[in-house]
Ligand binder design. Sequence first.
Ligand code: BJ8
Length: 424
Amino acid sequence: MADYRKMWEELGMDLETHDQLCEVLPQAFGDVYLSQENRPEGMDYYNMVVADIHGIRPAELIEHQKKGGKVFGTFCVYVPDEIVFAADAIATGLCGGSQFWVPGGEKVLPTNTCPLIKASVGARLDRTCPFFRIADMYVGETTCDGKKKAWEILGEDVPIHIMDLPQMKREKDIKAWAEEITTFKNVVEEFTGNQITAEKLGESIKLINEKRKALERLYELRKNEKLPISGRDVLLISQIAFYDDPKRFTKMTNALCDELDQRIKDGVSVISSGTKRILLTGTPLAIPNWKLHNIVETSGGVVVCEEMCTGTRYFEHLVDETRTEVAGQIEALAERYMNINCACFTPNTGRLDDILRLAKEYKADGIIDVNLKFCNLYDTEGYLVERGLKDAGIPVLGIETDYTDSDAQQLRTRVSAFIEMLNH
Ligand code: BJ8
């Protein structure tokens, strides 16, 4: 592993505290990932990315900055990366998925804030994540209340642009989102000094669509009875998709899919027959939150699909590539992004429709509705989701958890009992 200490120092990071994080991550990764048997060889790339998670990609981003490029940090799948890349800038996901950062967030946020927000704020304020240091500008959104208020705190420390996301999906809301994307385009142009032309935007729409197609291809392979890849591995790939170079990520994911195609032809499966197929739905699982997948996959089940932002919500629906004027391209972006069904919308019946469709497509035996503690949106929507699933005769288990390990044993007991119930 290369020595990145000088780079971290120059980023103004708290090296001592950061060392502690660097110590725990390999252990966790080894336990959850490297302990798996029969992993595809193509996972070597993602293993390498994680092994040097605070080194390789941050160094690339800094290289880009040295050449005059800008880096934008994002927190939500509604923020269109296409706009950023069209200005020769780079977008990188910043959602924090580790308990390590939570206490730092709790210094300024109420304890009853969801861990994703607390970890994200803590990672910035405690100076223990290079990605949070590198981003020249953060892009927030008006999704949940916790995030809206967190932007005000983060905004004292780093430039931030906030996108006003509508909360309904009427015609006028989609138009309003297109206007908001136009405003974002103007901000990005001004901040980078680069003009976003129709040609540039057309290219970045294709670039991100190709990434979506690669992920779609990967997910498609999970529909097989013989499963060529574990849910844990796919989760890792989905998480890496948020900050890896999109072109390289697409290439590596397609190469992995070639290998998985061959596995299917050869009848190779990572599960034994009878393993229960589980679909997860709910709040996002930001890296390195692998807790639930690990529990499911070491309790007689396998995760075959995630109806989550670290899952299908990230890649389903392509942006129409046929529009050739910037205004039309922005309309196409608004239409595509407003197809995402997040609980911050009302009504959000499309989400239940998605879950029912995905359960069928992925032949799920049961569904786990997972909620990050203190996320009121998904918690409240859970009532309708779980009722809808029960009405459709699909077994469902609702759970609430955070980033700590203190409930791991209890979760394991509940998940095991659920999977056991699916056997009868
Ligand atoms: S599109 S899910 S990424 S807002 S931060 S809402 S868990 S209380 S992340 Fe999200 Fe965009 Fe929606 Fe997806 Fe709840 Fe926590 Fe808020 Fe969260």
